[in-house]
Design a binder for this molecule. Structure first.
Ligand SMILES: Nc1ncnc2c1ncn2[C@@H]1O[C@H](COP(=O)(O)OP(=O)(O)O)[C@@H](O)[C@H]1O
Ligand SMILES: [Mg+2]
Length: 275
């Protein structure tokens, strides 16, 4: 019982199919993992292996007309699979927040940052506009965004990718969700901003106890942040385990391959052979 209670998110036998002209095609299959309260679970694998499909399935954001999600997705004791859009809108943002890979796609271009930030807060709380504005400004301070007042009046195109990513993190954090799903949150950023974004995520985890599903193809990011790791290949999980164990003693050939590819990339200085 203890272990069940400590799991804030439990994904069991997730199987996602997409309908095509030639019948149904499987995108991900036999996905099983659990996310413990306040912990970071890394989800790694090459581009196209099914990481985003998995996260979109959890959030019930895949197109219902063309995709079929089987299996169970339990968030804080509640089954999400099959909930309708109205029910999911209440859960998304408040209980499970989503940080998208491309920050530009997360915002509507015609509304100011402030409008979108404040609407999100107000749709999940009983806050007045003034209270929501104060909360938004405080959340932006927390992620070191300069001049929050001015930022709230800006439009998405007026901000850099790194800044938008931090706004998205501020929005995700301010309702203190039990789970944050961060899909490649640093891929679009330069090294400096990557570090900052990871620090902010870690801060949210330690301050509010949010659990984080951290999706990345970058094993460096995963090794720095995650407690446990799930490795995906071709729509399936090939290995999972504690981060130290998995990095020290990978069992699956594919995990070994990923780790080897990484160590090759990280040879920074040429080896000089002294004669
Ligand atoms: N709506 C969709 N219809 C058909 N195929 C899809 C759809 N969404 C994703 N895919 C396919 O599913 C596979 C996994 O995609 P994705 O989850 O985006 O990979 P990752 O995030 O790991 O890079 C890819 O082969 C992709 O082309
Ligand atoms: Mg993806």
């Amino acid at each position: 019982m203890g272990t069940k209670l400590s799991n804030v998110l439990q994904v069991s036998d997730l199987h996602v199919q997409v309908k095509t002209k030639n019948g149904a095609a499987t995108l991900v299959k036999e996905i099983n993992f659990e996310l413990k309260r306040g912990s970071v679970l890394g989800l790694v694998g090459e581009s196209g292996c099914g990481k985003t499909v998995t996260s979109m399935s959890i959030l019930q954001l895949l197109d219902r007309k063309t995709t079929k999600i089987e299996g169970s997705i339990v968030l804080q004791g509640r089954e999400l699979n099959g909930l309708d859009d109205k029910e999911m809108r209440i859960i998304r943002g408040k209980d499970v927040a989503f940080i998208m890979q491309n920050p530009m796609n997360a915002f509507t271009p015609v509304f100011t940052i402030g409008h979108q930030f404040i609407e999100t807060i107000r749709s999940h709380t009983a806050c007045s506009k003034k209270q929501a504005t104060e909360l938004a400004i405080e959340a932006m301070h927390h992620v070191n965004l300069p001049n929050p007042d001015k930022l709230l009046k800006s439009y998405p195109f007026q901000l850099s990718g790194g800044m938008l990513q931090r706004v998205m993190i501020a929005i995700a954090a301010c309702l203190h969700p039990a789970v944050i799903i961060a899909d490649e949150p640093t891929t679009a950023l330069d090294v400096n901003n990557q570090k900052k974004v990871l620090q902010h995520l870690e801060k949210i985890r330690s301050e509010y106890g949010s659990a984080i599903l951290l999706i990345s193809h970058d094993l460096g990011v995963i090794s720095e942040m995650a407690d446990e790791v799930v490795v995906m290949q071709n729509g399936r999980i090939v290995e999972k385990g504690d981060v130290f164990q998995l990095f020290d003693e990978p069992q699956h050939e594919y995990t070994k391959k990923l780790l080897n590819a990484r160590s090759l990339l990280h040879v920074e200085e040429p080896i000089i052979h002294m004669a």
